[in-house]
Design a protein around this ligand. Structure first.
Ligand code: FSX
Ligand code: SF4
Ligand code: F3S
Length: 314
């Protein structure tokens, strides 16, 4: 094993992560990216011996920062470390030490230094009415900031439903005219929706880019197909209860087995595309439907309006 890889595994070991745990994670990540198991060692190498660490400028607009929190407190305790091993995060308001003018300077210096080369990750929606006056950072509107920085990036990732499609602040009556980044700027973005999005879908997208030199294939809403290619309902374990004769027998009748499904409580799983049933959250512990709550369609555009009232049958 070369020096770089050895040092990487030593760093992980110091954080209490064994090589076995790391390989387990890479196997899981590879499968969730829709790649065959022969890619596992290559995926591991993306972390252990990165040939490039693309600079990242991470912008926050109108949102709750749940998307960053999901990444930083994510499934595997070390995933935040992994993100920092493969990305060179030049600007991120939540995790950077600098504040105020110093932070602003860091942003402008990074954009200037890496123009045309950095990945722009955006969290949060952008106000478009009243010249974007409903949301500002450092005296500039979100709209001005996005118009200035996004076109200078090599690629832009809209992380979370707010950045992808506007999210909660775009819900009716939407006085600020909030929109997702793509709609606000009139461009196509790669969208990783979910409120919050699953960190594995962000990491999978970045690893795909580093491993294969391109962004993953997208659906017509800009979402990576490897993660958003199937509905929640198609992958839901509760579905098996009314479709599987054994369960029906166990429950006594088809109706009783159907009662285990949350459809009548308003579940939006049949019209929501995401991989929550497979990848789950918090170290694969659980996900909304497993915890007994119907899916509210959080990764679909305008879900606050189109999917509500949430507890009524579709
Ligand atoms: Fe939105 Fe993310 Fe929901 Fe919150 O940054 S997708 S409100 S989880 O935090 O943007
Ligand atoms: Fe489908 Fe929801 Fe029922 Fe699962 S709980 S089977 S997603 S309707
Ligand atoms: Fe969201 Fe539904 Fe998954 S509410 S987290 S898409 S189960």
């Amino acid at each position: 094993m070369d020096k770089e890889k050895r040092e990487f595994y030593e760093r992980l070991e110091k954080k209490g992560v064994s090589r076995r745990d790391f390989m387990k994670y890479c196997t899981f990540l590879t499968a969730s990216m829709g790649l065959s198991s022969s890619f596992v060692p290559k995926v591991a190498d993306v972390f252990a011996a990165p040939s490039q660490r693309p600079p990242v400028v991470w912008l926050h607009f109108a949102e709750c920062t749940g998307c960053s929190e999901a990444i930083l407190r994510s499934m595997y305790p070390f995933i935040d470390q992994l993100v920092l091993e493969i990305l060179s995060v030049e600007y991120h308001e939540t995790i950077m030490a600098a504040a105020g003018h110093q932070a602003e300077e860091a942003l402008h210096a990074a954009v200037k230094k890496y123009e045309g080369k950095f990945i722009c990750v955006v969290e949060g929606g952008i106000a478009t009415k009243f010249n974007g006056g409903y949301g500002k950072v450092a005296g500039r509107t979100f709209l001005e900031i996005a118009k200035d920085i996004v076109p200078k990036a090599a690629a832009t990732i809209a992380l979370g439903t707010c950045a992808a499609y506007g999210g909660v602040q775009a819900a009716k009556p939407n006085p600020g005219g909030y929109k997702g980044v793509g709609a606000a700027l009139g461009i196509k973005t790669l969208n990783i929706p979910g409120c919050p999005p699953n960190p594995i879908n962000f990491v999978g997208t970045v690893v795909n880019y580093l491993l294969l030199g391109k962004l993953p294939a997208l659906d017509d809403l800009g979402r990576p197909l490897f993660a958003y290619g199937k509905t929640i309902h198609d992958q839901c374990p509760r579905r098996s209860h009314f479709e599987n004769d054994e369960f029906v027998e166990e429950f006594g009748s088809e109706e009783a087995a159907l009662g285990y499904c949350l459809y009548k409580l308003g579940c939006r799983g049949p019209e929501t595309y995401n991989n929550c049933p497979i990848v789950k959250f918090n170290d694969g512990t659980s996900w909304p439907i497993e915890a007994g709550h119907p899916c509210i369609g959080c990764s679909e555009p305008d879900f606050w309006d189109t999917m509500s009232p949430f507890y009524e049958e579709m």
